[in-house]
Design a protein. Structure first.
Length: 135
């Protein structure tokens, strides 16, 4: 069975660490030099990797890293117990709200961008959670 690790590129490790520890209550696990830090407190570890803006995203060239708001088909959803408190923490830490909090059959959803342009969501499940939309 594979394990999930989440890697997030940031242009500044200290700023990334400050955002994710403050916004989500994560804490530093291990440091792997000045450009690579492990954050713990979520079900899977999150690794912040320092990558300069404009650098290639792969060995074959193509697209480059950018830290203005960008879209990716993959984004993290963080499950929270208290949506209002979680929104307050995220915004105070520098997250940008992207619309109003939505009610869904499974609970509440709020969409954001982190200070590095990466999208993420906060979800507060109700008692049924995703079972409410099973078909």
């Amino acid at each position: 069975m594979p394990r999930l690790l989440l890697n997030i590129d940031v242009p500044d490790i200290a700023a990334g660490e400050a955002f994710y520890t403050t916004a989500l209550g994560l804490h530093v696990g291990r440091r792997f030099g000045p450009d690579f830090v492990e954050l713990l407190g979520a079900p899977s570890p999150i690794y912040l990797l320092k990558k300069e803006s404009g650098t290639s995203i792969g060995p074959a060239g193509g697209d480059t890293r950018r830290y203005d708001r960008h879209w990716s088909p993959i984004h993290p959803d963080f499950v929270v117990e208290d949506m209002d408190m979680a929104i307050e923490r995220a915004v105070a830490a520098g997250a940008v709200r992207e619309g109003e909090t939505c009610d869904a059959p499974y609970g509440r959803l709020a969409m954001f961008a982190d200070p590095f342009g990466h999208g993420f969501c906060l979800i507060e499940f109700n008692a049924e959670g995703y079972d409410a939309i099973v078909t």
